[in-house]
Design a protein around this ligand. Sequence first.
Ligand SMILES: Nc1ncnc2c1ncn2[C@@H]1O[C@H](COP(=O)(O)OP(=O)(O)OP(=O)(O)O)[C@@H](O)[C@H]1O
Length: 270
Amino acid sequence: MQKTDDGQHAHKKPPVLEVRDLVKNFGGLRALNRCSLKVAEGTITGLIGPNGAGKTTLFNAITGFFQPDSGRVLTDGQDITSLPPHGVFNRGICRTFQIPREHGTMTVLENLMLVVPDQAGERFWNCWFRPELVHRQEREIRDRAMEVLDFVNLTHLADELAGRLSGGQKKLLELARTLMAEPRLVLLDEPAAGVNRTLMKRLSENIEYLRRERGITFLLIEHDMDLVMRLCDPVIVMSEGRRLMEGHPEEVRNDPHVLEAYLGGQYGAA
Ligand SMILES: Nc1ncnc2c1ncn2[C@@H]1O[C@H](COP(=O)(O)OP(=O)(O)OP(=O)(O)O)[C@@H](O)[C@H]1O
């Protein structure tokens, strides 16, 4: 228990995300091996580790894409382990994928407008009986989508088919899609992969801005160590399905166990 300014005891706020003893097996392979970690509100937490350490599997277990074999996932102290992906999304936890999942035959703007849950237009009786409500909501969603596009500098591509964007632009679109949902926690899977330096700079500035100005918390998997060292604090290192260590970027960089984990996995950390 923490003491408040007036000397009263107050309960410590639970972390925005907590993973307790998660286990996930794929046949004989244990991808998550009693993995436990916490993500504090308002941080940009980095998640690094050699290939196959279980990072993406952890994201899948947190966001309801895989059910873990055991263990728990909590947000603000509440159990969300058995929620399906849309249930986790409705709790304000959004994610992007290593390989962007845009709808290639729809425009950039339409991709964003799709994200908002519970659109009145989706219920067919609203279209028949309350068309003015549907139109108003659609206008509001469109305005919001244009604002988000402006934020990620994709306004000039609003009417372009999403499938025609460059790799870096698709990553920005992924971030934009999460922002449409007004998330509390965003999980980013390798945001820098395949992104050129200029777009990468913009992406990391956007992430920093969203944390500072909107209080959004980020957990991001990344192999680009320059980016992790610049953007993330703390950094959590995963190895063989569990948390190996956690610390400030400098601590992690200089920890011999981390180097060993990477060399053991035959991949360099940089
Ligand atoms: N759907 C699946 N079916 C079978 N095995 C899987 C599946 N998903 C992941 N694995 C295995 O689980 C282990 C952890 O994989 P995961 O993708 O989570 O690692 P990672 O740390 O994200 O790696 P990378 O940095 O290469 O993306 C790997 O051995 C992988 O082959």
